[in-house]
Design a protein around this ligand. Structure first.
Ligand SMILES: [Zn+2]
Length: 137
């Protein structure tokens, strides 16, 4: 029977009780922040990285629309890099449905997006993988 699996709960928090999901970056004592979690800070080589919740919204830095996806994904779909106020940039699917033209009209650089949780793909057994995506606001 197909199930739902949360991909990397260490970087995506889906609160119970209906609160909106948010991402978790990792902050070093040198002031650098990284996403996803790294074994050490590329800036100062420290391995003392602490979890840091990111804002629930960010700005779309750039995006692309995929016409021929890898198996388990349905096209067309959009991916984008989103800049968060904490200085972290995160890439993920953008939650826009429709044909190519609809997606193109719905997205523009520097628009506000929020973190959302949803099905990003199905694995080879048909299980739905839940992870973070971005939703235009
Ligand atoms: Zn550091």
């Amino acid at each position: 029977m197909a199930e739902q699996v949360v991909f990397h709960p260490d970087i995506l928090c889906i609160p119970e009780g209906g609160e909106k999901p948010y991402l978790i970056a990792y902050k070093c004592s040198c002031g650098s922040a990284w996403f996803p979690k790294l074994p050490f800070c590329p800036n100062c080589w420290s391995d003392k990285l602490e979890p840091m919740p990111l804002s629930r919204t960010g700005k779309l830095y750039t995006y692309t629309i995929v016409a021929i996806p890898q198996p388990g994904l349905q096209a067309p779909l959009a991916y984008g890099f989103v800049n968060f106020p904490e200085g972290v940039s995160v890439c993920a699917q953008i939650d826009v449905q429709g044909d190519l033209e609809t997606i193109q009209k719905a997205l523009h650089i520097d628009m506000d997006v929020e973190v959302a949780a949803g099905v990003i793909r199905k694995d080879k057994d048909g299980n739905e993988t839940i992870s973070y995506r971005f939703k235009p606001i």
